[in-house]
Structure formats: structure tokens, C-alpha cells
Ligand binder design. Structure first.
Ligand code: AMP
Ligand code: MG
Length: 337
């Protein structure tokens, strides 16, 4: 299959919608990361997403909408807290889990009786959904297990020949995937951290529970609330070593462990260690979220063997950055304090 690269002019977005209407898969920009989209109501089209990614069939897809009216066909029941969150955070990088309607095939929901719904703020994503007239199931546009792509050329790297087209809408703004939440009585449960932080969720709901799977490795066989939690994720080819320590101990640890071919992922260059090459990803959590996946892919291009990095702040979107690095490190945290 020839994968066509499309821009964002009207005729090009109409072409993307035409392909989606005919049951094809198209890579689309969103404010979080790029997505691999197909008609969420069409089981055959959705199966092509799983095939293109090599994604396990029990890992559900998020369903993307372009207006609140679309929810009625997707969810069989909308919790009151979800309406509050929608008013506050949609359109935006928040996915809410609800009981699914019969119109959503089990392929889309990974066999679950619930469905994750998101109303993206990215204007290109919204326009494509509008032109289609149906919601788009869209996971991140990477091969399963790899870091999510935050620009069209990274999508092409993973998906060339596997999908019909990619719409190039520039760099993703946020850089990490959406916040995923579910509802339990009056409480919100955070299943995956993202830009809509625990602190922000607490402004609409008194009780926000952070699922253990966000920061802890779940034991084999444990039933997970969000199937994506059990899979290895965001992993570059390099071995990622996440160090929890102050700067001096980190420098000492890296200086005595790093060998030829190893790198550091630093907040900024003032932390550099003589003789150890590095990339930086920013001082603020927002900058770190924006750059993280691109840096992980750059380490692959550099042929990095081991990447040493220090725990980032866990406040705001920082919890999402920490969660993604912890997973890319296979939950191996070196504690030096
Ligand atoms: P991705 O599309 O690659 O960002 O992955 C979507 C994530 O959302 C997966 O890791 C799922 O675990 C989670 N998710 C989607 N739908 C559901 C659902 N119905 N219940 C629980 N988690 C979900
Ligand atoms: Mg993903």
C-alpha cells in the first residue's frame, strides 16, 4: 500500500475523510500525539488499526468526537461527573470511560462493555471528524510498544506502507497522550496521567483516586482497569535507567556506570557530565512532555545503548512525564536517596 502524505487544505482534508468513509486508516494530528484513525462504528475498519500497529486485540481504542451530540450514539449512559468534566475540559486532552452503546463494536472497545471518549481540541482533527460525520477510533500512531509520534514524519517512519494516508498538521502541542479517567460513584479514578492533571481534576471533583497502575508495576495476572497498563510501552531500543536522586549523586552514578554508547537525558545542559553525551528535554514539565517521545526516538537514531535520566517533577503534567519514563524504563527505578 502506498501511504499518501496530505496537508491541511480543504481538498486534502476532504480526501482524508473520503478514505475514512471507505473504511481505510488515516494518521491524523491531535493536540496530544498523532493518532491512527478509522470509523469507530466499522469493525472491519477498526481491525485494520490493530493490524497496522501490531496492537494486542484486548487493548481498547479511544473514540474521538467533534461535538457533544455524538456521545448519544457512543455511550449508553453518561455519568453526571462526566458532564461536569466535559464542560470544564472539552475540547481537550481528556478521555472519559463510560458504558458503551451497542453501536460501538467490541473490536473498538477491546472486548469491554465500556468505551473511552475524547473531544480533541486540535482543529484539524475536529474538522476531519466533522467531514466524516462519524466518530473516529484512534490510538497513538506508533507501532505497538514504541514511543508515540508527535509529528507526521515519525508516523511515516512507523506506518509507511501500512495505512492509506497521513495528514501532516505540524507538531503535536502537548506531546503525551490524553489523561484517561473512569467514574466510581462520586469519585474520579485516574487511569493514565496527561495534561489534564490530578490538580485540575480536583477543581471539579472532591475525590480523585490515582490508580496504582500509574506509578507501580502491576503483578502478573492482576485485573487491570485500563488494559494499556499491562503492556510494555513507550520503549526506545536503548535500556532506560531512571535515577531518583539529587543532581550530585546522579552525576556520580552516571560517571561510574556509563560506558561507550551510553547517553544522558537531561533537563538542561547545566547538568552535563564530562565525557557522557546527552540530549536535553527542558526544565518545565510542559517542555518535557512536549519533547519526551521525540527524544526517545532520537536516542534510537543515535544507537544509544543505555540512557540515564533523573526523575522529573511529578506535579501537573509532570506526573504524565514521570509515568511515561517509568514505563519506558520497565519500572526499574534506581533510588539513591
Ligand atoms: P492509546 O490509544 O495508544 O493512547 O491507548 C489508549 C488507552 O486508553 C489504552 O491504554 C487503554 O488502556 C485506555 N482505554 C481506552 N478505552 C478504555 C476502556 N474502555 N476502559 C479502560 N481503559 C481504556
Ligand atoms: Mg499508545
Amino acid at each position: 500500500m502506498n501511504t499518501v502524505l496530505l496537508g491541511t487544505t480543504d481538498p486534502e482534508l476532504e480526501e482524508a475523510a473520503r478514505l475514512l468513509k471507505s473504511g481505510e486508516v488515516v494518521g491524523i494530528p491531535t493536540e496530544t500525539v498523532y493518532g491512527l484513525a478509522a470509523n469507530a462504528f466499522n469493525a472491519e475498519a477498526v481491525k485494520k488499526i490493530f493490524a497496522a500497529k501490531g496492537r494486542p486485540c484486548d487493548n481498547p481504542l479511544i473514540v474521538h468526537i467533534s461535538s457533544m451530540d455524538m456521545i448519544g450514539d457512543i455511550a449508553s449512559q453518561v455519568p453526571e461527573a462526566a458532564i461536569k468534566c466535559a464542560k470544564r475540559f472539552w475540547p481537550g486532552p481528556l478521555t472519559m470511560i463510560m458504558p458503551k452503546s451497542d453501536k460501538i463494536p467490541l473490536v473498538t472497545s477491546g472486548g469491554l462493555d465500556t468505551v473511552g471518549i475524547r473531544f480533541p481540541s486540535n482543529p484539524v482533527a475536529r474538522r476531519i471528524i466533522e467531514l466524516c460525520g462519524f466518530p473516529l477510533a484512534a490510538p497513538s500512531a506508533n507501532l505497538s510498544g514504541s514511543p508515540s509520534p508527535t509529528n507526521a514524519s515519525r508516523v511515516m517512519e512507523d506506518m509507511n506502507g501500512r495505512i492509506a494516508a497521513i495528514v501532516d498538521g505540524g507538531e503535536s502541542d502537548v506531546g503525551v497522550e490524553s489523561t484517561v479517567i473512569s467514574f466510581e460513584g462520586n469519585a474520579i479514578r485516574l487511569l493514565r496521567p496527561g495534561k489534564i492533571s490530578v490538580e485540575l481534576l480536583r477543581t471539579v471533583c472532591d475525590e480523585v483516586l490515582v490508580d496504582r497502575g500509574v506509578t507501580d508495576k502491576l503483578a502478573e495476572g492482576v485485573i487491570v482497569r485500563s488494559p494499556g497498563m499491562k503492556y510494555k510501552h513507550y520503549a526506545p531500543k536503548a535500556n532506560v535507567v531512571l535515577v531518583d536522586s539529587d543532581l550530585d549523586s546522579y552525576k556520580e552514578y552516571v560517571a561510574s556506570n556509563a560506558v561507550q554508547g551510553d547517553y544522558c537525558l537531561l533537563f538542561d545542559e547545566s547538568e552535563k557530565i564530562p565525557g557522557v553525551p546527552y540530549l536535553t528535554y527542558g526544565l518545565s514539565s510542559e517542555a518535557q512532555a512536549h519533547c519526551l517521545f521525540e527524544r526517545l526516538r532520537q536516542f534510537d537514531e543515535l544507537g544509544a545503548k543505555t540512557v540515564y535520566t533523573r526523575c522529573p517533577s511529578q506535579n501537573g503534567v509532570g506526573l504524565a512525564v514521570y509515568n511515561r519514563i517509568l514505563r519506558s524504563a520497565g519500572f526499574n527505578l534506581v533510588r539513591l536517596k
